[in-house]
Ligand binder design. Structure first.
Ligand code: MHO
Length: 212
C-alpha cells in the first residue's frame, strides 16, 4: 500500500545503528528503515558477533517528494561525530545508490572540509546490505513488547517492512515530538490504547536526544 509512493534508498553508517534507526524513523518522508551491515569484504557474511570489516549501517526507503537526499545528508552530518576515530564497526560512511547521491554526498563533505574539519567519513558505492539480527530491528520499539504484539509486529521481517514500526521506533524515544505525533497518529491507524501509551512516551522523552 506504499507502492504508489515514489521511493528511493539511502544508506548511512554513523556509529551504533540503533540511534539513527530512531532518528530517521520518525522523520517525515521516511517510509521504512532497516539496520544491518555494509561496506565489507565480498564473500563474508557479517553478523553482530562476527562483523569482520563491515560497518553498522542504516538503510532508508524514503519519498524524495517529501524529504530530499540533501536533507537526509544534513541529518547524517548533524547526528554523529565524523571527526572521531572508531573501529570500523562504528565508522562514518555514506553509501551512495546513484551518481546524484554521490555528487551531493561529496558536495556536503567538501563543505565540511572547507570549514577546516578533519572529516574521516568515507563515501563509497552501496554494495550488498546484510540485515542485522531480528533483535536489532526497531530496537527501541522492541523494548515495548505488548505494543509490538498489539500491532501485530512479531517477526524481524514485520519490523523491517512496517511503516508504522519505523515511525513508532522514533516516537517511543521522543523523536519527532508530540505535535507531529498527534497530527500523524490517525494516519497510522493506531487504536486509542496505543495512542495513549505512545503519547506518554513521546512527552516523556521529547528533546532528550538519542544515545546507544
Ligand atoms: N552500546 C551498545 C552498542 C550496541 S550497537 C548495536 C551495546 O553495548 O550493546 O553496536
Amino acid at each position: 500500500h506504499y507502492l504508489n509512493i515514489p521511493s528511493e534508498k539511502a544508506t548511512f553508517s554513523m556509529g551504533c545503528f540503533w540511534a539513527p534507526d530512531s532518528l530517521f524513523g520518525s522523520t517525515p518522508g521516511i517510509i521504512t528503515t532497516r539496520v544491518g551491515y555494509a561496506g565489507g569484504s565480498e564473500g563474508f557474511i557479517p553478523t553482530y558477533r562476527n562483523i569482520g570489516d563491515y560497518t553498522e549501517a542504516i538503510q532508508l526507503q524514503y519519498d524524495p517528494n517529501t524529504v530530499t537526499y540533501l536533507e537526509l545528508l544534513k541529518m547524517f552530518w548533524d547526528h554523529h561525530d565524523p571527526t572521531a576515530k572508531f573501529k570500523k564497526q562504528y565508522s562514518s560512511f555514506i553509501y551512495y545508490h546513484n551518481d546524484q547521491q554521490k555528487a551531493e554526498a561529496e558536495q556536503t563533505l567538501n563543505e565540511k572540509k572547507a570549514k577546516g574539519l578533519d572529516i574521516l567519513t568515507k563515501i563509497e558505492p552501496a554494495g550488498q546490505f546484510f540485515n542485522a539480527e531480528d533483535y536489532h530491528q526497531k530496537y527501541r520499539l522492541q523494548q515495548h513488547k505488548n505494543l509490538c504484539n498489539d500491532l501485530g509486529l512479531k517477526t524481524g521481517e514485520d519490523l523491517i517492512n512496517s511503516h508504522v514500526a519505523a515511525r513508532l521506533n522514533g516516537y517511543v524515544v521522543g523523536q519527532g515530538g508530540i505535535d507531529q505525533f498527534d497530527s500523524e497518529a490517525s494516519k497510522l491507524r493506531l487504536d486509542e490504547a496505543a495512542i495513549k501509551y505512545i503519547r506518554q512516551l513521546v512527552i516523556k522523552y521529547e528533546g532528550q536526544g538519542l544515545h546507544c
